[in-house]
Write a protein that binds this ligand. Structure first.
Ligand SMILES: *Cc1c(COP(=O)(O)O)cnc(C)c1O
Length: 365
């Protein structure tokens, strides 16, 4: 049996650490904003290398809180890639702002920074740069453009906790960065959760306030905020998982390198390219195939789970559509991309099984 993401194998590896962490919370009973939340925020900020981390209820909330803290207003424009998870654009639309989509690079699936400048208008207030599938886009290029035009940069780091660029951690790029603790992400809880990172003390204060009903002091509310808190039990689970996240990053990379070798040996060229200076955490291992849907069906018939990240460009998703937009690379990638099973506990035997099905499909299909 092959799992797309094997949380049970991870749980076995963790032994009693998760159960112990949950029992501790049950014993002290501070279910909302208990001591584990603050402890986790400190640990995460320290790891990522920024002074402030604010836990919240999900990665989507983290993005919305970051945009609210920047005081994004209706009709403001946010530039983001057309190829990413819905939440990146959803957070923009929820505030009445307009997502402006730019294309991606063909071999990394990352936002093409060369296309950002021509998308800037007087209404542009931020660039949302997505660290997709576990690797960061070119933040040097993106920051240079942002600085030149006085724009904020938000890193959507939902898929990249633990990744680095030039040795610098994902979560520390831009004005603010947002991550997700959805169970299948590189640092996943056993439910929803998220966090905002920043170096800016004022923004940190504002995000925290916005996440607590805009409260300035008990029952006094200065701003329209939301209720978005990281659950204490989830924080306790994340503290336990944080202890193995470095080891898991190494294992993910080994799994990816084995896929690279096995797939190149059967002539599949569409394996992910990792930018030099990038340390990728392989939140997904997504390859490109002709006849993707048929390949996916063959894999499924052989008991191998896969996923399509993502079948539609965001500008063609009704909820966040932009009918004036059409991006050729995004279009091609949406038709061809297929994510293979990827997690730190995938064995080489399981990977060979996956690649054998792909090989047979190519030779006899
Ligand atoms: C998962 C994800 C999010 C949203 O995170 P949730 O915790 O599920 O709300 C945002 N952006 C990207 C790129 C994601 O992959």
């Amino acid at each position: 049996m092959i799992d797309f993401v094997d949380l049970a194998a991870q749980k076995r590896h963790l032994g009693t650490r998760i159960d112990d962490a949950i029992q501790t919370v049950l014993a002290h009973g501070q279910y909302v904003l208990g001591p584990e939340v603050e402890a986790l925020e400190h640990r995460l900020a320290e790891r990522v290398g920024v002074p402030y981390c604010i836990g919240c209820a999900s990665g989507t909330d983290a993005l919305q809180l970051a945009l609210m803290a920047l005081e994004v207003r209706p009709d403001d424009e946010i530039i983001l890639p057309g190829f990413t998870f819905i939440a990146s654009a959803e957070s923009v639309k929820l505030l009445g702002a307009r997502p402006v989509y730019v294309d991606i690079n063909d071999d990394t699936y990352l936002m093409d920074s060369a296309q950002i400048e021509s998308a800037i208008t007087p209404r542009t207030c931020a660039i949302m740069a997505v660290s997709l599938f576990g690797q960061c886009p070119d933040f040097q290029a993106i920051s240079t453009i942002a600085d030149r035009h006085g724009l904020a940069v938000i890193e959507d780091a939902a898929q990249s906790f633990g990744a680095r660029q030039h040795g610098q951690c994902s979560g520390s790029f831009g004005t603010m960065a947002c991550t997700s603790f959805f169970p299948s992400k590189p640092l996943g809880a056993y439910g929803d959760g998220g966090a905002v990172f920043t170096r800016d003390a004022d923004l940190a204060k504002r995000v925290r306030q916005l996440a607590r009903h805009g409260e300035s002091s008990r029952y006094h509310h200065d701003r329209l905020g939301m209720n978005s808190r990281l659950d204490t039990i989830q924080a306790a689970i994340l503290l336990a998982k944080l202890e193995i996240v470095d080891a898991e990053r190494v294992w993910r990379r080994q799994v990816a390198e084995r896929y690279d070798l096995l797939l190149h040996a059967i002539g599949i060229k569409g394996t992910p390219r990792i930018l030099s200076h990038n340390d990728c955490v392989y939140a997904q291992y997504s390859i490109r195939l002709d006849h993707r849907d048929r390949m996916q069906a063959l894999l499924k018939a052989a008991g191998i789970p896969t996923a399509v990240h993502y079948p539609l460009p965001l500008y063609r998703q009704p909820a966040v559509a932009d009918p004036t937009c059409w991006l050729p690379v995004t279009e091609a990638v949406c038709h061809q991309v297929l994510s293979l099973p990827m997690h730190p506990y995938l064995t080489s035997a399981q990977q060979e099984q996956v690649v054998t099905v792909l090989r047979d499909a190519y030779m006899f299909g």
